[in-house]
Design a protein. Structure first.
Length: 114
């Protein structure tokens, strides 16, 4: 058992995001076969991801302010602190801060050796 060292905040790459978005890793794989990454992601007002999908699905729990999550069919879901959004495997989506507010969520992702 150990306390994990702090990992510096990084700004996400502009080719994957529109606007300013920062990533704070919470947990990274340690052992062979582990692939899960847990992170806090902070979006500046109006910032959003590019279209993306996850082979094994994705959970996102909004912790501050208001998030918006959209799918290819045009649906947009507004998510508030304490609510958790799940996107099923392969579903193309984006996530963003609502206009005028920052948004923070905790998310998981399995990278499968990528």
């Amino acid at each position: 058992m150990n306390i994990e060292p702090a990992i510096p905040t990084s700004k996400n790459p502009p080719e994957q995001f529109a606007g300013d978005v920062w990533l704070d890793p919470i947990a990274l794989p340690h052992e062979t076969g582990q692939t899960m990454v847990i992170a806090t992601v902070r979006f500046a007002p109006g910032a959003r991801t590019a279209w993306n999908s996850h082979e094994l699905g994705q959970y996102m729990r909004v912790t501050q302010e208001v998030g918006r999550f959209g799918t290819r069919d045009g649906s947009i879901i507004e998510v508030h602190p304490g609510q958790t959004l799940y996107t099923p495997p392969g579903e193309e989506h984006w996530h963003a801060a609502a206009p005028g507010v920052f948004m923070e969520h905790i998310t998981d992702d399995e990278y499968n050796g990528r």
